[in-house]
Design a protein around this ligand. Structure first.
Ligand code: NAD
Ligand code: 3PG
Length: 388
């Protein structure tokens, strides 16, 4: 029985898929073939030899050592778009919270009540302290036009905003989903200079650390409102605190607060709730579980962040799955090893992505232990599995 170790609380709908397929699931298992997690940080984790795949029920994979996994032949999956609507809704809420001082007003009302003041009378006298601008007619800059950024941009257009989008890797597929009124810029400086609101929807990786830094903040409009539901590391905290202090930034909404950033009262600190809706937790868990099942049972790879997509209908008596380096001759050596045993190839797929490649071969007979060992011993082969 194959084992899946969970490293966060996972929606029961996802766990049910695994259990119905005969997997043993738990937060402590002996020798897991798969890990299923959300934001658990596993950079320092030593992976057991049994581990074949890791599924991140969510979008960001910066909590996983993706490259180390590739080198070890461990396939890392995420669930693209499965929590995008939840984040989009929170981004819209964040823009409104950044504008209308709902939190400050609500806190003040409670303080009045606690002080024994007649709240109904106090609100009419005190409300002018909480005036804030509407978002209609203002300009929103969306940095990163992926699953979430597109939804935020389109919703903002529907709410009467002007929208500027920046994404150096914008795909044609995504561009087609964008409202035609979204202005796409190639120079991010235009976005920083023109936006009343800036919202970040790009991944965190070494190259995107401190995307919002002192220099970028200096380019922004006076009184800009910045929303970060992507990752804390994308914004330089010290630069943001200085910009809040000077009034350059009127409000910073972050889903990734830390002890330092919450020292400023103009920070709205959300406890990483972007994907915390029942709908999104279920979507992510179901997609992640399906990806694990299809890979562990059939060798199919969908939505991996470190290996190419490869899907082939099952056929033949056995399937040989080989993760290897993307260099010449591996395929020739692999098919030679199978022919040596007299096996006929019924179907074959070979996909590559950068330095790695993945091959699935369906053959008409059982693969002997000697043939499997011969394939495993081939130069540039990283991992071999034979599925029946
Ligand atoms: N707060 C939350 O709970 C929550 C939930 C989901 C995702 N996220 C974060 O949001 C990020 C985006 O999620 P998504 O589902 O839209 O991912 P996605 O992969 O669909 O989109 C990310 C987009 O960012 C673009 N991008 C990459 N580098 C960029 C750069 N330097 N400048 C501008 N754009 C750049 C990519 O081309 C891509 O289009 C995730 O990586 C994750 O960190 C947070
Ligand atoms: O990248 C993501 O998908 C989000 O940050 C959600 O993280 P969570 O699953 O821990 O809520």
């Amino acid at each position: 029985m194959m084992q899946i170790q969970t490293m966060n609380k996972i929606d029961p709908a996802g766990l049910a898929i695994l259990e119905q397929d005969g997997f043993q699931v738990g937060d402590t298992v002996d020798a897991p073939e798969g890990l299923l997690l959300r934001s658990a940080k596993i950079h320092d984790m030593e992976f057991p030899a049994s581990l074949l795949a890791i599924a991140r029920a969510g979008a960001g994979t910066n909590n996983i050592p993706v490259d180390r996994c590739a080198q070890a032949g461990i396939v890392v999956f995420n669930t693209p778009g499965a929590n995008a609507n939840a984040v989009k809704e929170l981004a819209i809420a964040a823009m409104l919270l950044a504008s209308r001082n709902i939190i400050g007003g609500s806190d003040w009302v409670r303080e009045q009540a606690a002080a024994g003041v007649d709240v109904a009378a106090a609100v009419e006298k005190g409300k002018s302290a909480f005036v804030g601008p509407e978002i209609m007619g203002k300009t929103l800059g969306v940095v990163g036009l992926g699953a979430i950024g597109v939804l935020v941009a389109n919703t903002a257009i529907a709410m009467g905003m002007e929208v500027i989008g920046y994404d150096p890797y914008l795909s044609v597929e995504t561009a087609l989903r964008l409202d035609r009124h979204v202005r796409i810029v190639k120079d991010e400086s235009i976005l920083w200079k023109s936006s009343d609101y800036v919202t970040l929807h790009l991944p965190y990786m070494p190259q995107t650390k401190d995307t919002v830094n002192a220099q970028v903040l200096a380019e922004m409009k006076e009184g800009v409102r910045v929303i970060n539901l992507a990752r804390g590391e994308l914004v330089n905290d010290e630069a943001m605190l200085a910009a809040l202090e000077s009034g350059k930034v009127a409000c910073y909404v972050t889903d990734f607060p830390n002890s330092r950033i919450v020292t400023d009262p103009r920070v709205v600190a959300i406890p990483h709730l972007g994907a915390s809706s029942p709908e999104s937790e279920r979507n992510c868990a179901v997609m992640a579980a399906q990806e694990l099942v299809d890979y562990l049972e059939n060798g199919n790879i969908r939505n991996s962040v470190n290996f190419p997509s490869a899907v082939m209908d099952r056929g033949g008596a056995a399937r040989v799955c080989v993760i290897h380096r993307n260099v010449p001759s591996v395929l020739a050596s692999l098919t030679a090893a199978l022919s040596q045993q007299g096996l006929n190839i019924e179907n074959l797929t070979n996909k590559s992505a950068k330095e790695y490649a993945y091959t699935m071969v369906d053959v008409d007979g059982d693969v002997s232990a000697d043939t499997e060992a011969a394939i495993r011993g081939l130069e540039n082969v990283i991992r071999v599995r034979v599925l029946h």
